[in-house]
Design a protein around this ligand. Sequence first.
Ligand code: IMP
Length: 176
Amino acid sequence: MVLQPQVKILIRRDQIAKAVDRLASEIKRDYQDKQPLLIGVLKGSFVFMADLIRQLDSPLELDFVRLSSYGAARESSGKVRVIQGVKTPVKGKDVLVIEDIVDTGITISFLLDYLKKKRPASLKLCALTDKPSRRKVPVPIDYLGFTVPNEFVVGYGLDCDQRFRNLPDICILEEY
Ligand code: IMP
């Protein structure tokens, strides 16, 4: 018999929707006369990004990057690789990175360095969730949805071994 994983709701879908509205208002206020380039970090950010961009009714560009540091495990290997780089020219653009979760900070600080080298006009970070108790590298988060406890969270795009991304709420994975 396959054991059913135990998930417990941490952040409900209505709370997520409210946070997405708030973040969209903050972003719209700050990018009023600009046409930002939003760069989503695959795969975890795709659900969040899909909801967020539909609340941003001003013109924007969109691209994705894919990085690897976790493999199939829950712990970061600490070594980040670019699997799919940004295709849209970044130089001179107002770049806003969209990330699902900042944990140790290793992945996102690597990405911010990688993008800085491409000389954007500005570079900011929007993260759905932050797990500050696990931080190893300081990361300035310009727009933040939620601070989460030191638990492994899944759902709303976040996975464990590629599973649970389709859960509409953000959940704690209690047993796997
Ligand atoms: P960091 O480099 O340790 O900050 O890890 C960031 C990446 O690890 C995120 O983009 C996620 O893909 C993954 N990650 C870290 N914590 C969690 C979690 O609790 N649930 C799901 N993925 C996580």
